[in-house]
Design a protein. Structure first.
Length: 262
């Protein structure tokens, strides 16, 4: 039996649509996924209890999908089943995102649960390399993509973020703790006019079973509003929510969408 640990966004619903039967859905409190009602909502302080409940239900596989921010931990709320996990949880919360997620995965694995990647459940989330739009990247866009890949690789090594914006070889913005949407919104009043690319890729050495970056129609809207030429994502490293809808939205906005082979 499969359980989705489902955060915010459309990804959990996309996975449910791709599955032959409905999984059990457990969501961190305050982070319900779009279009789905969780079977169980839980606090981090009750993680041990949730794991015990999943096993009692016959769950053997777990997939993490959707967006969650780091919660504040209330020591008074920690239950007996979670108490032995507290040192690991607190250590994880002091680390970068990638390291923290590795600790979380290890807690589930140590309980005998198998972690399943989202793209294993829906391989269509990772399209092959191609330009999917009428507009094509020009030579400058292609040079900017090379520069952006170098930047995001370095960002990933430092566990900072997974995307950036480059125009004519210059880095205009990098993703930080406020995320992609905030980064793109910050460019709407840029003084140098329009142009440039939005680039997104996985972190070097990232555990592919969790937190692969995601783009969708909302990304297209943000890129168009920022006056950029198009979107470049790394092949086999970025999940695309509803590729056909992304292609239509990009064509309507006059931007390109390019899945680029590293």
């Amino acid at each position: 039996m499969l359980a989705l640990i489902a955060g915010q966004g459309r990804l959990p619903a996309v996975l449910v649509d791709a599955l032959p039967e409905m999984p059990y859905i457990a969501s961190p409190e305050g982070f319900d996924p779009d279009f789905l009602v969780p079977d169980r909502r839980f606090r981090l302080e009750h993680l041990g209890t949730v794991i015990e409940e999943l096993k009692a239900l016959g769950v053997s596989e777990v997939c993490f999908a959707g967006s969650v921010t780091r919660p504040a931990v209330d020591p008074a709320e920690i239950d007996a089943a979670t108490l032995p996990l507290v040192p690991r949880i607190m250590a994880a919360l002091q680390q970068g995102d990638d390291s923290a997620l590795r600790v979380l995965l290890a807690i589930f694995e140590d309980a005998g649960l198998t972690i399943v990647a989202a793209d294993d459940l829906s391989p269509a989330l990772l399209p092959r390399s191609a330009v999917f739009t009428s507009r094509r990247p020009d030579d400058q866009n292609r040079r900017d993509a090379v520069r952006a890949a170098q930047v995001v690789d370095r960002m990933g090594e430092l566990d900072i973020g997974q995307s950036c914006v480059v125009h004519a070889g210059q880095v205009l913005a990098v993703e930080g703790m406020f995320g992609t949407d905030w980064m793109l919104a910050s460019l709407r009043a840029r003084p140098d006019g329009a142009g440039g690319i939005f680039y997104k890729a996985k972190k070097p050495g990232q555990d592919r079973r969790v937190d692969l970056p995601v783009v969708g129609v909302s990304t297209v809207a943000g890129v168009a509003a920022a006056g950029l030429d198009g979107i470049v994502v790394e092949e086999d490293g970025v999940m695309v929510l509803d590729l056909a809808a992304v292609e239509r939205a990009a064509d309507e906005a006059g931007v390109f969408f390019w899945v680029r082979r590293p």
